[in-house]
Ligand binder design. Sequence first.
Ligand SMILES: NC(=O)c1ccc[n+]([C@@H]2O[C@H](COP(=O)([O-])OP(=O)(O)OC[C@H]3O[C@@H](n4cnc5c(N)ncnc54)[C@H](OP(=O)(O)O)[C@@H]3O)[C@@H](O)[C@H]2O)c1
Length: 265
Amino acid sequence: MVREQLKGKNIVITGASGGIGAEIARLCAASGSNLVLLARSIDKLVQLQNQLQQKHQVKVDVYQLDVSDTNQVKEVFTDIFIKMGHVDILVNNAGFGIFREAHQASFDEIKGMFDVNVVGLMACTSMVLPKMRERRFGHIINIASQAGKIATPKSSVYSATKHAVLGYTNALRMEVSDFNVLVTSVNPGPIATNFFNIADEKGTYVKNVQRFMLQPEYVAGKVVDSMLKKTREINLPRWMNMGSIVYVLFPRLFERLGKKAFNQK
Ligand SMILES: NC(=O)c1ccc[n+]([C@@H]2O[C@H](COP(=O)([O-])OP(=O)(O)OC[C@H]3O[C@@H](n4cnc5c(N)ncnc54)[C@H](OP(=O)(O)O)[C@@H]3O)[C@@H](O)[C@H]2O)c1
């Protein structure tokens, strides 16, 4: 499906070497966007670049980037601006989680998750914001999670990173609203990607939630459909979002009744 509004737009996607990021890249390429794909696995990026260029005759640049390295972020984005001139849409998708109880999480894991999921996302955003504000045009899409709305056991650190992403995203939306810059958060429940290879090393969570896992193509489609449209949040699946609304209204009751359901990991 061609999304006309994306034709010729410059779109940067972090964490594009697999999962949702790669699916978003596929859909944007099919709509004729110019793409910049970022991740650490440069071989996977080059493979995707070749596929997309051959299939859709679009311009695709790739950079090896660890978003937790803020010096690298600065260098890569400076180069992107030299080559592209401007960025229309930034999708902050790079992220990972490790499911462990708080007392078992090592300092390295805690720091690692915050450096990638939070600091990396903010660093990439900081690089595109001045120009978006100046041009009075742009869209920042932050892939957060339902874990940013409801914190669950064994996901204390990961949930904390995604709560941070939502806090940042909500404030940013208000800061830039007078500059015609759009800001969207995406809060999916479990999606069938390689995310769980790291997050759920025992496979318990995947086994328990397999029946209602979202497909990455579906989530990517929702993200791409929101591009350049004023969309505050994308919450998937809808029933899970209903849960987060009830949680805000009745937290104590929700935690008591939901304890068993939350302990899926
Ligand atoms: N899967 C889920 O259930 C789920 C649910 C809600 C939200 N999310 C969020 O969705 C986003 C994408 O996850 P996914 O499910 O597509 O997982 P995935 O398949 O594991 O993809 C994660 C992507 O992030 C990149 N990445 C990880 N660390 C990075 C770093 N330090 N610097 C740059 N890129 C990095 C990975 O590329 P390299 O390894 O090549 O760097 C990969 O391209 C994440 O933010 C995740 O928290 C996932």
